[in-house]
Write a protein that binds this ligand. Structure first.
Ligand code: ZN
Length: 395
């Protein structure tokens, strides 16, 4: 069997230690996937990944469809060739990104009509097209196209998203079976929606489990809700998922969210947070966040994180120089801090796995809670308003 999730330790809804087997190798879980949305890490060569302990990478099918196009990625050897990465790859179907483009009011029965992000004009991004694109991109794990609501507290919107998500999940599950299932070397994961409503999450999870996916994701989180609501949504999803399948929490990546989601039975994560924070001069450390633009770092000759063995910290570039470089819009500080942050999260997940194996997870969880207290979400950008039953625009 090409895919298998071995649960080494843990239960259905508590913290778990596992091993995910794919045609491109194994992933020790809990694990964090760096994000290569357009088929490459932003600013880093793929050679930095193995030494920092990365075992799986995420790319985005919708973005690769838009540019360079499926045929080109195929010619480059699929998504593994494009990434120059021979380990496991997961592609997101693009649901979240499509809806980030403000397409929520352009969902119709058969898909979502969205503006082409590169060439303009209209793309009908359907479950069939998302499935076929990922089949040809050839990642180890493909995700179903789902509907990702932008207001998790709006019950009508959440219920409608679950209904569409399930209808599309059935279509994609049938296509997966028609093409030989995971035996052909690609797994397909379902995505649990339902906003902050436990009953909707339960209904969605149960129906997806009945469809028997190779693994399950928790979607529709980290869209503006606070930490407590986010974790309630996670818990209301994982508790219905089968114990012997991988669970993946989409788009979550602060240390607190990672550890708290792991405590609720999540095995896999991805997020742009570490690299984005790095590009905006924020370093993640065991002493909390460091905002390098802060004036107190101006004359600071110490390395970024004196306790960190990563290449960026070992490069010797002092905090004061990083601050000056950020101010001068140099590229190097962005790359160094982003590389350090990627290392920090890999190191955190390694510590989590060791703590789970050694029976010390609760101690580590407490330390992360102290270092990374929850922060209220900032103001949300204005998004297109949701109109249930809205028809797609005419071409
Ligand atoms: Zn470092």
């Amino acid at each position: 069997m090409a895919f298998r999730f071995d649960l080494i330790q843990g239960s259905a809804s508590g913290p778990r230690l596992g091993r995910f087997h794919t045609p491109h190798g194994e992933v020790r879980t809990p694990a964090f996937m760096p994000v290569a949305t357009r088929g490459m890490l932003r600013g880093h060569p793929p050679t930095i990944l193995r030494p920092m302990g990365v075992e799986m990478v995420l790319a985005n099918a919708f973005h690769l469809y838009a540019r360079p196009g499926i045929e080109t990625v195929e010619a480059l050897g699929g998504v593994h060739g494009m990434l120059a990465w021979d380990g496991p790859v997961l592609t997101d179907s693009g649901g979240f990104q499509v809806f980030s483009l403000g397409a929520l009011d352009r969902v119709h029965e058969g898909g979502v009509r969205v503006e082409h992000p590169v060439y303009g004009g209209v793309v009908d991004w359907t479950p069939e097209l998302a499935f076929e694109s990922q089949r040809r991109l050839a990642p180890d794990v493909a995700m179903v196209l789902d509907v990702c609501p932008d207001r998790p507290g709006d019950r009508d919107q959440a219920a409608w998203a679950v209904e569409r998500t399930l209808a599309w999940a059935r279509t994609q599950r049938r296509l997966h079976e028609k093409h030989g299932g995971s035996g052909r070397g690609q797994a397909l994961f379902g995505i649990v929606q339902g906003g902050v409503f436990p009953d909707l999450r339960e209904a969605c999870a149960r129906e997806l489990v009945a469809l028997d996916f190779d693994g399950y994701a928790v979607g529709g989180v980290s869209v503006g809700e606070d930490h407590a609501a986010r974790m309630a949504g996670v818990e209301a999803s994982t508790c219905w998922l089968p114990v012997d399948r991988l669970r993946y929490l989409m788009g979550v990546g602060t240390p607190l969210d990672l550890v708290e989601a792991i405590a609720r039975g999540v095995d896999l994560f991805d997020c742009v947070f570490p690299t984005r924070a790095g590009r905006f001069a924020t370093a993640l450390t065991w002493k909390g966040r460091l905002h390098l633009l802060n004036a107190r770092f101006r004359d600071d000759a110490s390395p970024l994180d004196p306790d960190c063995p990563c290449e960026a910290c070992q490069s010797g570039v002092p905090r004061g120089a990083l601050r000056a470089g950020f101010k001068a819009r140099e590229i190097l500080p962005m790359l160094l801090v982003s590389q350090h942050n990627l290392f920090f999260l890999q190191d955190l997940l390694r510590r989590v796995r060791e703590a789970l194996a050694g029976g010390r997870f609760e101690e580590l969880r407490e330390e992360v809670r102290c270092r990374w207290p929850p922060r209220e979400p900032g103001p949300r950008p204005e998004r297109a308003r949701f109109k249930p039953g809205a028809r797609p625009p005419r071409r």
